[in-house]
Design a protein around this ligand. Structure first.
Ligand SMILES: [Zn+2]
Length: 215
């Protein structure tokens, strides 16, 4: 709701959304919202403002920690170090709509001229369907072409960005299970922030989580 506030009016009854395409209105009540999320099989269900636990599948004997609105790859690494087990965030889809792909070392901006005649996939090491099927050049043409191509590029890059972040979390999980999580954190932060240029807050946060830099 917060990220859609431009298109929404909140009342006692629910939230009235205005469709960005044709301006038509739709009233989303808490009941409708929860019904839709149940049909989707959501792991987290939000009745507009409130987080409601879902009849999901929490691992026996383990607490689940859910973090909303995170985020950037380096933020995910830090939050995992603090015990977060689940995330949701618009970032991978929103940055995709701006024509940007998450790749090792930063963002690849598909709209840039450098991608016009680049016939490699977004990320040669990525197993996603976008990287298996399309070149940077093709995505550049879609993202720069206007019209529906821009939306299609956004969808294709969303698939990639979600695959990138789930891959990152999968590797974190493997490192935790293998007992090498601190080393993995240091290596990952070095990959994510080339040149050791990572923010001071993340160094301080990781030190507080028992993973000081460069040890
Ligand atoms: Zn990919």
């Amino acid at each position: 709701m917060v990220s859609l506030s431009r298109f929404a009016v909140v009342s006692e009854e629910g939230v009235t959304f205005q469709a960005p395409v044709d301006g038509s209105e739709m009233l989303l009540t808490p009941e409708v919202s929860v019904g839709i999320q149940n049909q989707l099989g959501a792991d987290f269900i939000m009745a507009l403002d409130n987080v409601v636990s879902s009849p999901g599948r929490p691992p026996v004997g383990q607490a689940l920690r859910y973090c909303m609105g995170v985020g950037y790859p380096e933020d995910l690494v830090v939050c995992v170090a603090f015990g977060t087990t689940m995330f949701d965030c618009v970032y991978p889809a929103r940055t995709a709509r701006f024509g940007a792909a998450l790749v090792p070392g930063g963002l690849l901006k598909l709209r840039s001229a450098a991608c016009a005649a680049d016939f490699r996939p977004v990320d040669p090491s990525c197993p996603c369907s976008t990287c298996a099927t399309y070149t940077r050049s093709y995505l550049h043409a879609l993202a720069r072409g206007g019209g529906e191509g821009v939306a299609v590029a956004g969808q294709l890059l969303t698939l990639h960005n979600v695959a990138y972040l789930t891959g990152l979390i999968r590797r974190a999980r493997t490192a935790i299970l293998g007992g090498v999580f601190p080393d993995w954190v240091r290596a990952s932060m070095a990959d994510l922030c080339p040149g050791g240029d990572y923010p001071q807050w993340s160094s301080e946060a990781l030190a507080a989580a028992g993973i000081p830099r460069g040890v």
